[in-house]
Design a protein around this ligand. Structure first.
Ligand SMILES: Cc1ncc(COP(=O)(O)O)c(C=O)c1O
Length: 370
């Protein structure tokens, strides 16, 4: 028994007392619930959830050696979730795989979700719904443009029903529309803004398990990504705790979020805790566990400034990789600034999680005029 626990310590880098924190204990349960049970400790069954097959996994990891050289910075790896495959890819493929499994298991025939008019989440939801033959309703912020472009153009190809919601880009109108759909005899399934439910967040616990199969993560100093509706962030927090990883998990805040009822940092913590409970992980998070860097929100959500443009240009020119103007361009601009300001040094090893979004570049064409 001792031997097995010791072996596990080596594998996951547990400290001197394997039972020193509830996080460590949960990590052991995560891998060896049967062993812990035999040891006479309270059994905790971390749920393993089912998903539908929507993309191509594991997504590749590449090294951005030219970018590192140009910036004189740390080794930078990139996890290519822009290559998940579903209708030009992105992080929402992971979330939707678990969420739509749940929708089908519950006998729903219709899905409804919300986002900005250039929402990557809505594009992938419409594509996944087409694949699974579910009726799809998108509640989009703004008004119908004369000529759709970028994500919105792609949305229309999947033929969802689009509800234009003006200022309401975060799903404020979903309850009203869901009620109307139910009254028509449909069985609607509500996917919250950004797919940031417990299932959506869980998909990023699963994503960190995937990462473990690809690289030695104990040598990473930082994992950096764009954080906007919170599901990616909450799932990565929980996954990191379950795997007992030591790297700094830095979410770059994308959205000023002035209109949200719950402050965004609190929302992420709540979702991480709800997801932890949902899978019986028995881990509780507080503000001490969260790094949400809001230094790069600039003029707010979807407003492209010089930092995003520079990040997009550097990545394109030196690595031949596309970032997007709203999320990954902003998150990479943050990473670049952290190198220039000395927060990240050549001693570090950083993984940037590319969460997708490049289709919206087309909708921002006027911002890239030379
Ligand atoms: C391309 C891209 N990156 C990052 C995010 C942020 O992920 P989350 O909503 O889980 O915070 C989104 C969300 O819409 C996105 O579309």
């Amino acid at each position: 028994m001792l031997f097995l626990i010791k072996k596990k310590e080596n594998l996951i880098g547990v400290g001197s007392s394997p039972f020193s924190s509830n996080k460590t204990l949960a990590t052991l349960f995560f891998y060896f619930p049967q062993i812990i049970n035999k040891a006479g400790l309270p059994r905790m069954n971390i749920k393993s959830l089912s998903k539908v097959d929507l993309g191509f996994f594991p997504t590749p990891i590449v090294t951005l050696s030219r970018l590192s050289t140009v910036l004189g910075g740390p080794e930078i790896l990139m996890k290519r979730d822009d290559l998940t495959g579903l209708a030009l890819g992105g992080n929402k493929t992971r979330k939707l795989a678990f969420i739509l499994h749940d929708a089908i298991a519950k006998g729903c025939d219709t899905v409804i979700t919300a986002g900005a008019s250039q929402s990557n989440h809505c594009r992938q939801t419409a594509a996944a719904a087409a694949q699974l033959q579910l009726e799809c309703h998108l509640v989009l912020g703004g008004q119908a443009p004369d000529t759709p472009n970028g994500n919105l153009l792609l949305d229309t190809l999947f033929e969802p029903k689009i509800h234009w919601a003006g200022q309401h880009r975060k799903g404020e109108d979903i309850p009203k529309i869901t009620k109307a759909l139910a009254a028509q005899g449909k069985k609607p399934y509500v996917i919250p803004y950004g797919g940031s439910s417990e299932l959506g967040a869980y998909s990023f616990v699963n994503a960190l398990e995937e990462l473990e199969t690809q690289i030695e993560t104990n040598t990473l100093s930082h994992l950096i990504f764009a954080s906007s509706s919170g599901g990616t962030h909450a799932g990565l927090m929980l996954g990191k705790a379950l795997l007992n990883k030591q790297y700094e998990l830095i979410g770059i805040n994308i959205d000023k979020g002035e209109t949200d009822a719950v402050p965004f940092d609190q929302f992420i913590i709540n979702l991480a805790n709800k997801t932890s409970q949902f899978i019986n992980a028995n881990i509780t998070f507080s503000h001490d566990d969260l790094i949400l860097n809001s230094d790069y929100v600039g003029e707010g959500y979807g407003v492209v400034g010089e930092p995003e443009k520079e990040a997009i240009a550097l990545m394109a020119k030196h690595e031949g990789i596309l970032l997007d103007p709203v999320y990954t361009g902003r998150a990479m601009a943050g990473l670049i600034d952290m190198i220039r300001s000395g927060k990240l040094t050549q001693q570090d090893k950083v993984l940037f999680w590319h969460t997708g979004g490049a289709p919206s570049l087309f909708a921002y064409a006027d911002k890239f005029k030379h």
